[in-house]
Write a protein that binds this ligand. Structure first.
Ligand SMILES: [Zn+2]
Length: 489
């Protein structure tokens, strides 16, 4: 009896091992067969000059709108007019919003019955943090060029993205190209402070005109280099979904008193327990369809054990989830995150405060909703003394864009034609873009900039020494031309 059980068990294990192995070996990435396309003959020096000039216009978005440098924004609008004469001669331009700093262009297509496509970007930038100006190797608004780099605010986020699309359209107009579908180009002016006067106004305008868009391309994820040890090829990541956001304030009001005779429960103690409970009980993680597709293109290059795990999620799913949850960015791609950002209570060493409050920011995964998060918070804390208040500005996560759509395939093709055959992975974008104002206008938003980014570049974005490789900027223009040709011919 013992022996029969042992044999059955061994056979079962052997069968399991064989199944795991077969699935692991089957996992491979089909080559696309797309060849790189010769870069177009754009006047490269002039294009780089224009990006440099754009960086020198300090279009900074401040939280307090009274700090706004109107001269800079008006100057940028003039700069665009001077820099792109064909666009300004041939496309319809509208100045949108109260000051008209956001620019919307319409390039009429040959077939106006089709839904238009939209390329958007923003030309405002974040301020240079107080006291860090001296740390910059090159002036943040200097637009200087050294060692193959162009330096300054906006070189990564997002003047390069915005201008590269304008360069592409200007170039295509010069070749006599006319798109099949109508193309909208948008240069937003307040993305860094939420886009309410820029992108939101453009979206409102288009809705009033009953417009619906075939797809939108906005800033987002990069061409990541050096992602994992042992993986040589860069990885182009396309943000096909974007997380939502919610901020809650937890508040405990209790009788205060002298610190010499504390009651069993204090305001600080109860609030601290509530925050602790939330940390210990995060929203559930899912290694869902999107995350599987993120890993798919690089799976063939991963070490055998990873490949084995990823190709056998039916067996190793929970293990993989645990591993990915330990890394902040993969954790954020799997679940709604919980981040306590402000904690306030007490003012004197010997007084028990009567009031304690904590502010908590949630980034909502598309598998959850604002309501679901609030329910989770209430039931996890499970203490009526802790009041839960919703702060303004909550927004649901986006939909996940269609990966089988023609436009997505053409986006991939455009990447391969520019960079050669590198893996392309659809991904969750964990920050926010202006495209969030367009959820009612389209079902397909692709958040991508072909900016080559290494892990060490992460601090340059919104940080010190923001810069872009000049040859990479030329690749961005090349990519935009391929994208327009591939999607609108
Ligand atoms: Zn940006």
């Amino acid at each position: 009896m013992m022996k029969r059980g042992l044999i059955a068990g061994t056979l079962l294990l052997a069968g399991l091992a064989a199944a795991v192995l077969v699935r692991t070996l089957q996992m491979s990435y089909e080559p696309s067969g797309v060849n790189p396309v010769e870069p177009p003959r754009v006047d490269e020096a002039a294009a780089v000059d224009r990006l440099s000039a754009a960086v020198q216009i300090p279009t900074v978005s401040y939280q307090d709108s009274s700090d706004m440098n109107h001269e800079a924004f008006e100057g940028f609008v003039d700069f665009m007019e001077r820099s792109y004469p064909r666009i300004h001669g041939r496309l319809e331009r509208e100045r949108v919003g109260r000051n008209g700093y956001t620019l919307l262009y319409r390039w009429a297509g040959r077939d106006t019955t089709q839904d238009p496509v939209m390329l958007m970007g923003h030309y405002d930038v974040v301020p240079v943090e107080e006291g860090t100006r001296q740390e910059w190797e090159h002036a943040p608004f200097g637009g200087e060029r050294t060692n193959g780099y162009l330096w300054g605010r906006g070189t990564l986020d997002d003047k390069s993205g915005t201008l590269s699309a304008f360069e592409a359209v200007e170039y295509l107009l010069g070749t006599g190209y006319q798109p099949e579908q109508t193309v909208y180009l948008a240069a937003h002016h307040d993305e860094e402070i939420g886009g309410r006067r820029g992108a939101a106004e453009v979206a409102k305008l288009l809705k009033e005109r009953d417009e619906s868009l075939d797809f939108v391309v906005d800033e987002g994820m990069p061409v990541a280099e050096e992602i994992l040890q042992g993986i040589e090829s860069p990885l182009a990541m396309i943000g096909v979904a974007e997380k939502g956001s919610l901020t809650l304030r937890l508040e405990v009001v209790r009788e205060g008193g002298h610190a010499s005779m504390p009651p069993r429960q204090t305001a600080i103690g109860e609030l601290a327990s509530a925050v602790h409970e939330l940390k210990e009980n995060p929203m559930p993680a899912q290694f869902g369809d999107l995350l599987q597709r993120t890993f798919e293109p690089i799976s063939a290059e991963l070490p055998f054990v990873y490949r084995m795990g990823l190709s056998n999620l039916w067996l190793f799913g929970p293990l993989i989830k645990r591993r990915l949850a330990q890394v902040p960015h993969t954790n954020a791609a799997m679940r709604t995150t919980i981040a306590p950002t402000i904690f306030r209570a007490g003012m004197k060493t010997n007084v028990l405060p009567a009031h304690a409050e904590a502010t908590i920011n949630f980034r909502i995964h598309p598998q959850d909703s604002v309501e679901a998060v609030v329910d989770h918070v209430r039931s996890t804390i499970d203490n009526p003394t802790v009041e839960v208040h919703r702060l303004d500005g909550a927004r649901e996560a986006s939909f996940v864009s269609d990966l089988d759509k023609q436009a997505y395939q053409q986006l991939k093709r455009s990447i391969w034609e520019t960079f050669g055959e590198i893996p392309v992975a659809p991904s969750m974008f964990v920050a926010a873009t202006d495209s969030r104002h367009f959820h009612d206008l389209t079902r397909d938003i692709y958040r991508f900039r072909p900016i080559r980014a290494r892990p060490s570049d992460r601090t340059r974005l919104h940080g010190t020494d923001e810069r872009i490789r000049i040859d990479n900027y030329l690749e961005m223009i090349h990519f935009q031309i391929r994208l327009l040709r591939n999607t609108t011919s």
